[in-house]
Write a protein that binds this ligand. Structure first.
Ligand SMILES: N[C@@H](CCC(=O)N[C@@H](CS)C(=O)NCC(=O)O)C(=O)O
Length: 205
């Protein structure tokens, strides 16, 4: 298997963490795509992912799988019992609900702030609406407060075990710190959780 990525960015971190949590890192060749210089918008890459985003998982038969949730599902079912995406119908539903909230309320919101209210990817940005970016920064701050309440009395988002929403949220906080938005001081559950997840080997895979 191969994963096309740009190591410094948060969505590739999600795929790498999922691979590491499943013990699959050694079975994957990681190929760097020069996103700041627009390599992800060139025809060769668009054949793998017409949306022009990283990461993309490419299987040995050439099948290309984009979108971190899909990549995580594949990896989770490729080795041992699924642990990241749940086993029962109820677990799976809750995991997908919380992962989507982590995406929409934290990671994607911070990403919109980056693309719209900062220099973002510079010349590669098709349009920038500063007001939208600033609004999304507020969404990210509210999102952090929401997850702080989810994490009250819990080790991980779903309870005792790390699952897909933890990975999405961790990548979101990594971007939030990179952009110097900051994790609110009052979000003590979230801060403790961030340190806990950060100590797992997968966080630095
Ligand atoms: N929903 C996608 C998001 C992928 C994404 O936004 N990737 C960023 C890197 S963190 C990217 O490729 N950005 C390039 C661009 O926006 O031009 C996923 O889950 O993989």
């Amino acid at each position: 298997m191969k994963i096309y990525e740009f190591r410094a960015f948060p969505n590739p971190l999600r795929a790498r963490m999922a691979a590491a949590e499943k013990g699959l890192t050694d079975r994957i060749e990681f190929i760097q795509v020069d996103v700041p210089n627009g390599e992800h918008k060139r025809p060769e890459f668009l054949q793998l992912n017409p949306v022009g985003k990283v990461p993309v998982l490419v299987l040995d038969d050439g099948t290309a799988i984009a979108e971190c949730t899909a990549i995580t599902e594949y990896l989770d079912h490729s080795a041992g019992t699924p642990v990241l995406t749940g086993e029962t119908a109820q677990q799976r539903a809750q995991i997908h609900m919380l992962q989507r909230r982590a995406e929409a309320l934290v990671l994607d919101a911070a990403s919109d702030y980056f693309h719209h209210a900062t220099a973002g990817l510079g010349k590669l940005e098709p349009i920038q609406i500063k007001e939208w970016g600033e609004y999304q920064r507020q969404v990210a701050i509210r999102g952090m407060h929401y997850f702080d309440s989810v994490l009250r009395g819990r080790r991980y988002v779903m309870g005792e075990q790390l699952t897909m929403p933890d990975i999405t949220l961790f990548a979101g906080l990594a971007l939030i710190e990179l952009l110097q938005i900051g994790i609110p001081e009052t979000c003590t559950n979230l801060r403790g959780w961030r340190d806990r997840v950060g100590q797992r080997p997968s966080a630095s895979a």
